[in-house]
Design a protein around this ligand. Structure first.
Ligand code: SF4
Ligand code: SF4
Length: 412
């Protein structure tokens, strides 16, 4: 029997699950019958208990009671969860606001899944194969990114911009996904900032934030990465660090202080928080509005929305773009359907990720939107992969575009 050190700390949360099943599907006034767990739904007829929160909690009760050991087989199920936290939202609210159930309001599902993943890693049943590769790449001195690319490649995009400073109050943390997979979006971000007269610093020695390590419960590597990045920010004189990646945002703003046990000596912002200030001060020079308004819908990345409560600022940004009518998908804000990429699912179970993203693209089309936008390179990458495989009649109705690219397309 393994030690179960982390799971034991969550025993009250696990035991308080009353088995209502809302985390499978629920009824909410705002959205009607509301499918909650993207993994359960994507599994279709195979979407048994183990694929959503209620079944997972039951399994964990048996694990804590010593009836079921941790195992590699169990890990294969456990990691088929995007850690989207949609189950937490429904678990914490009853279907009728006048009914107060004395049950599960304080289950933090993310913390339970995280504890389980940590124990699986400590017991040697995880990381799973692909996750292990990513952690190895992250720890490799010639890489320091989970994509297995050369370290220097991450900064190639920046060579076009001689105005990027080495030190300063405002530091940009580029992360790994955009510099290695979506360089054009980073270049577009620079065009917007330059057109707005904004200056920023970037270190060409930043390492991966460690998000993938934290999400899969492999925290040893996160510690080293975090300390390195925090030293960099300090030496650069950072008062604010901003990032265009929802995963980096959560890791820097939430995980780093929790791991350190103290506040960070600088503020962490997401790019949409930077953009909204520029827009409010009329600093972004747009082309004049022409033609009919485009209907644009916004997908809430889980790492911005449910994980960090950043729902309205990205919407404020989009609503201020000339020629845009912002409309909502049926499941939005805290009810938003996950894109399918998080929690290490994209790397280890790519088909599951794509399935979930296709469902979200279809939902965007149902809303009547011409454009599905979001502000996370991970969501964008997964939507693009889903989009490639989706029915042509869906494809022709909608485009998928990062908020940054959309704004850049409207610059004077
Ligand atoms: S909604 Fe909460 S209490 Fe109900 S089954 Fe799911 S985890 Fe348990
Ligand atoms: S976190 Fe998301 S994917 Fe995981 S069990 Fe909850 S609803 Fe399902």
């Amino acid at each position: 029997m393994t030690e179960l050190k982390n799971l034991k700390e969550e025993w009250k949360a696990i035991m308080s699950c009353m088995g209502c099943g809302d985390c499978g599907y629920s009824i909410r006034r705002a959205v009607g019958r509301y499918l909650t767990c993207p993994v359960k739904e994507s599994k279709g007829e195979e979407g048994f208990e183990i694929y959503f929160s209620r079944g997972r909690m039951n399994v964990l009760k048996s694990v804590l009671e010593g009836k079921l050991p941790l195992s590699r087989e169990l890990a294969e199920f456990v990691y088929q969860c995007t850690e989207c936290a949609n189950c937490t939202e429904v678990c914490h609210e009853t279907h009728n606001e006048n009914i107060i159930l004395n049950t599960s309001k304080w289950i933090d599902h993310y913390k339970v899944w995280d504890a389980l993943r940590k124990d699986l890693v400590e017991a040697g049943f995880a990381p799973l194969d692909r996750h292990k590769d990513l952690v190895d790449y992250m720890n490799n001195d010639a890489m320091k990114n989970p994509y297995g690319e050369d370290f220097a490649k991450k900064f190639e995009w920046a060579s076009d911009f001689s105005n990027i400073k080495e030190k300063g109050d405002l530091v940009f943390f580029a992360g790994c996904t955009m510099p290695l997979r979506q360089q054009d979006t980073l270049k577009n971000m620079m065009k917007i900032l330059i057109a707005s007269g904004m200056e920023m610093a970037l270190s060409k020695d930043e390492w991966c934030c460690g998000s993938i390590g934290a999400r899969i419960g492999e925290y040893k590597s996160v510690d080293e990465l975090m300390k390195h990045n925090l030293d960099l920010f300090k030496n650069m004189g950072a008062k604010t660090v901003f990032t265009a990646c929802a995963g980096c945002y959560r890791t820097l703003k939430k995980d780093y202080p929790e791991l350190l046990g103290e506040e960070l000596p600088f503020e962490v912002k997401h790019i949409t928080e930077v953009l909204v200030e520029l827009l409010n001060n009329n600093k972004i020079p747009f082309k004049p509005e022409e033609g009919e308004k485009l209907k644009v819908t916004y997908h809430d990345p889980c790492h911005l929305g449910r994980h960090m409560d950043l729902y309205e600022i990205p919407r404020e940004v989009i609503a201020k773009i000339p020629g845009v009518e912002l409309i909502e998908m049926k499941r939005n804000r805290k009810h938003a359907w996950c894109c399918g990429a998080g929690g290490g699912v994209k790397s280890q179970f790519p088909d599951l990720s794509k399935d979930i993203s296709k469902e979200r693209i279809r939902e965007a089309v149902e809303s009547g939107a011409d454009i599905l936008t979001t502000s996370c390179p991970f969501c964008i990458g997964n939507f693009r992969d889903g989009y490639e495989e989706i029915e042509p009649e869906i494809k022709e109705k909608i485009q998928v575009i990062d908020v940054i690219d959309f704004i850049a397309s409207k610059l004077k």
